[in-house]
Write a protein that binds this ligand. Structure first.
Ligand SMILES: *Cc1c(COP(=O)(O)O)cnc(C)c1O
Length: 241
């Protein structure tokens, strides 16, 4: 086997392993694995790594740092139409234009002011920007995300913005000691999401679950898991792109 072949095999093996985790977790609770999308979180990994994972069949990628994300989107411009780029990091007002002009999804909307700017800055020739409301589901004092109490009012305001398409909600609970605690928190996000859908709101995405708690998230109703280290390996922030 050549080195190139070995590297291709590595990425596709890792991707398959993550897909298998999703499948097992789904089947364990009687869900179809097709209900759960995989977002590959490529932060700190170079465009080359994204290209390899894309070659192995993965299409949706998430980035936390806006400039880093835009650099990778540019580096992979030749396959732009095949890829779906999600902004999953905090957004300051002075960065909204970059996000509106380059990304397909934003998972971290937690203020109307940011949503309004994304709406106003989304280029007319692009499809509406898909957005998720980030909910601070476990009410961590220092965390971003709108509180669960305020989330519904924000959702109503977002649905009036024509250049945004509200797809659901996202949460990043703190690490929990065990399975039951993980599920209890994910369940709160699920209840909020179900409540919105029960009002007839057209939403399809409940983004929750990372490398360490993917199974509990899938068991609790996640429709999108965001997986970084289980796919790309450990991150080293000092060598961030
Ligand atoms: C980094 C990150 C992830 C992926 O985390 P892993 O534990 O590496 O899977 C998912 N979501 C968000 C918002 C992140 O910042």
């Amino acid at each position: 086997m050549t080195i190139e072949n070995a590297i291709d095999t590595l990425w596709s093996d890792r991707l398959k392993a993550v897909q298998q985790r999703i499948e097992l977790a789904a089947r364990a609770v009687g869900r179809s694995p097709d209900e759960i999308r995989l977002l590959a979180v490529s932060k700190t990994f170079p465009a080359d790594a994204v290209a390899q994972v894309h070659a192995a069949g993965q299409l949706a990628f998430g980035e936390n740092y806006i400039q880093e994300g835009i650099d990778k989107i540019a580096a992979l411009q030749s396959v732009r139409g095949e890829l779906e780029w999600h902004c999953i990091g905090p957004i300051q007002s002075n960065k909204t234009r970059w996000v509106a002009e380059h990304f397909d999804w934003v998972q971290t909307v937690d203020r109307l002011k940011i949503a309004q700017r994304l709406n106003d800055q989304r280029p007319a020739e692009m499809a509406p920007l898909n957005v998720l409301i980030q909910v601070n589901i476990d009410s961590g004092a220092t965390k971003s995300g709108v509180s669960p109490n305020e989330a519904e009012a924000l959702a109503q305001a977002l649905m009036r913005l024509p250049r945004l398409r509200l797809r659901g909600l996202m949460c990043i609970p703190d690490p929990q000691p065990d399975w039951q605690a993980q599920c209890a928190i994910f369940r709160q996000a699920r209840d909020l999401f179900d409540g919105w859908r029960a009002q007839g709101w057209a939403m399809d995405t409940l983004s929750m679950g990372m490398s360490a708690d993917l199974e509990a998230a899938v068991a609790s109703g996640s429709t999108m898991v965001r997986i970084g280290s289980a796919l790309f390996g450990q991150r080293s922030y000092s060598s961030a792109v």
